[in-house]
Ligand binder design. Structure first.
Ligand code: DX5
Ligand code: ZN
Length: 221
């Protein structure tokens, strides 16, 4: 069972220099990151297109860290086998996407990966309640998905992080609580105070003057 109280820092390669992705991955690892967060976007579920399973497969041999793959795509069930084959360690799908959520979560675990469920800022917490006993991670989006570099949405999202923590405690569950979007050395403390332990950060880490120092500050905040 994973320790959902352990602080985990997961740089999002969305903000990395893709022309030198192997170097960027090495930079994140030597900066002390715990996971590598990969933001997959299909241009339908979100108004942006990033990369697909082939890019994940290209990243895989260069990454010693677990690949935390975040599927911001309409049909995660359809593309799940391709991301498993590409080498994902953890696969997170959106409750708002067009699929049988329980079935997809089950299939992720059957494939040997850890499963996560993500909720957008405009979605109510009760939409994920039926699935919380089937997941290894709850991702509370702290920006509207699609682009890096947005502002942290505290009012809309922190109550859901706290609700996830309270539900976990009440039902004796052990899922991680991850936040993603606008996370930096200041907002990380707000997210942690409400119960988040996995911190995804793109801009604030890959654009940091000193990535290792920022990772350490996020770990201690
Ligand atoms: C939103 C993306 C971003 C990204 C992190 O669709 O998921 O949240 O991971 O972006 P930053 O850290 O640059 O806000
Ligand atoms: Zn993400």
């Amino acid at each position: 069972m994973e320790d959902c109280n352990r602080r985990i820092i997961a740089p999002s390669i969305l903000a990395a220099d893709w022309a030198h992705i192997a170097d960027e991955i090495a930079r994140a690892e030597s900066a002390g990151a715990d996971w590598l967060h990969l933001d997959v976007m299909d241009g339908h579920f979100v108004p942006n297109i990033s990369f697909g399973p082939q890019f994940v497969a290209a990243v895989r041999p260069h990454a010693g860290l677990p690949l935390d793959v975040h599927l911001m795509i309409e049909r995660p069930d359809v593309y799940l086998p391709a991301f498993v084959k590409a080498g994902a360690d953890r696969i997170t799908v959106h409750v708002e996407a067009e699929h049988d959520v329980s079935d997809t979560l089950k299939k992720i675990r059957e494939a040997g990966c850890k499963c996560g469920l993500a909720i957008n800022p405009d979605s109510h917490f009760h939409t994920v309640e039926p699935y919380l006993d089937q997941i290894d991670l709850l991702l509370v989006m702290t920006v509207r998905p699609g682009f890096g570099g947005q502002a942290f949405m505290e009012e809309e999202t922190m109550p859901k992080v706290a609700a996830g923590r309270d539900w976990r405690r009440k039902h004796d569950l052990h899922y991680h609580i991850e936040v993603d979007g606008g996370i930096d050395t200041a907002t990380v403390a707000i997210a942690a105070a409400h119960g988040a332990n996995v911190m995804v950060a793109g801009t604030s880490l890959f654009r940091a003057k000193d990535m290792a120092e920022s990772v350490e500050m996020m770990r201690l905040a």
